[in-house]
Design a protein around this ligand. Structure first.
Ligand code: FE2
Ligand code: FE2
Length: 155
């Protein structure tokens, strides 16, 4: 059988759960890792576009577009994740949902400010903080439900 076996080049087996995700962000649940990989791609896209060319209209518009795409997928991922962890009876579901709402509101506020100040780049300088919060959420908060679901001890 002519099956394709991807190699990582490191001598380790390619983890099927990773879906291309940076191992440091993997929580060990394939479905969520796959969503996180896509989410991180959008976070990084916004960070790179939002960090450059903010002195001209085209650059600001590109940053706003990247932020809109990020917000849309953030809302979709959070809804999917909440359904997933509710299905596994995660006891801290409500607290986790609250954190999701807070992160969404950070992005909504950033987008509102970007639209309101579309002739200047100042508001978008906050994007670095926002992207760090999103990435930290995966490593700190999502990791908690993953440990619960996978039956691993908390760190
Ligand atoms: Fe997540
Ligand atoms: Fe989450």
């Amino acid at each position: 059988m002519d099956r394709f076996h991807p190699t990582t080049g490191t001598g380790r087996d390619a983890a099927p759960s990773g879906a291309g995700i940076d191992p440091k962000y993997s929580i060990g649940i394939p479905e969520m890792d796959a969503q996180h990989a896509r989410w991180i791609g959008l976070i990084e896209k916004f960070r790179s576009v939002g960090s450059a060319h903010l002195m001209d209209r085209a650059g600001i518009n590109a940053a706003i577009h990247a932020l809109e795409q990020l917000l849309k997928y953030t809302q979709s991922h959070f809804a999917s994740e909440e359904q997933f962890i509710a299905g596994h009876n995660f006891p801290d579901l409500e607290a986790h949902k609250k954190q999701h709402r807070e992160l969404e509101s950070v992005l909504v506020k950033l987008l509102d400010e970007a639209h309101a100040h579309a002739t200047g780049g100042t508001p978008l300088k906050l994007n670095l903080f926002a992207t760090v919060w999103l990435l930290e959420h995966i490593m700190q908060e999502d990791d908690k439900y993953a440990r619960f679901i996978l039956g691993k001890p908390s760190l």
